[in-house]
Ligand binder design. Sequence first.
Ligand SMILES: *Cc1c(COP(=O)(O)O)cnc(C)c1O
Length: 403
Amino acid sequence: MTQQVQRADFDKVMVPNYAPAAFVPVRGAGSRVWDQEGREYIDFAGGIAVNSLGHAHPALVEALTEQAKKLWHVSNALTNEPALRLATKLVDATFADKVFFCNSGAEANEAAFKLARRYAIEKFGPDKTEIIAFSNAFHGRTFFTVSVGGQGKYSDGFGPKPGGITHLPYNDLDALAKHISDKTCAVVLEPVQGESGIVPATQAFIEGARALCDKHNALLVFDEVQTGNGRLGSLYAYMDYGVVPDILTTAKGLGGGFPIGAMLTTEEIAKHLAVGTHGSTYGGNPLGCAVAEAVLDIISQPEVQAGVKAKHQRFRERLNAINEKHGCFAEIRGMGMLIGAALNKDFAGRAKDFMTESAKLGLMVLQAGPDVVRFAPSLVIPDADIEEGLNRFERAVAAVTGK
Ligand SMILES: *Cc1c(COP(=O)(O)O)cnc(C)c1O
């Protein structure tokens, strides 16, 4: 018999590194989710920009179940058809010639940083190891990636950190120009900083970073774990900016909810991860790759990408209208289905309150730091769900602002 469990059990049996919401979801369909009590929620959180096609999308359910009947896991001592098909489609759709699969964003970045170091050391000598990253960046929670990330609160308190990492202010091209040198092996950035508040890179910063990397033989690494896979309206954010990186990492939306990560790069760079230099037991497993292939087929469609841009406008207009009435946002920002409503001074630090009130009214939203309410819904969320979700959000805003 199935054992009855509830939210209170979390505090008894789980390591206390998370503080989950008061309700426990049990089922989802499209952009709606139901909890243990049968209460319905509209999902503007998307599992933190992961459920790119909502919940239980029929094409994904079919890809997963068909593959589940055939082959789940073989290890990388063998290759498999779904991995080869997915890699071929990613190579055809992007700048990349080669793909490395793993299971998460952190692993994709771990692979990218190790590859950048190895490439530079083998090609230019042992002193070219500096990684330049940016304040408030988020690149994952392994010790290397969290150290490259630019938030001390996540990386402090675990003892000595990996060295050779420099943090500069984001969107500050002068600082980068002053600091970068021939000892720099890589510059890594998020095209839109996600976790720290939905802060897009300026066009000048991205273009300038590309030029400086070329000048100093440093690799430009785009962390597209959150911005990739159609989230901003193009397949990858580098396409929106028209600036091609040397290495691109992605995860989150790629599997639509099945854990998978990928690192994409060129032939010339990829060859420095020769046999035995890096690996993963599960990376590129048939189940994950079969689902991601189905995701990629759908998010590559021009109608889906045009829909993301149209839905962005719909969100932006309504959020601006809500703000005119309730006066709580300093700015609505972001691109595509990655939107941040930055709170003004009067509501500084209260993003969590907006999240909690929304949940009470049947709406899942996210925060991105203490001052920004984040929306990362399905790329194919129906317009009617956007309307109803924003109706609920307006009621939550009214509750928090008392207006
Ligand atoms: C979420 C995220 C990561 C980490 O991904 P995990 O799958 O949690 O390891 C890395 N970089 C960015 C930009 C992210 O948003």
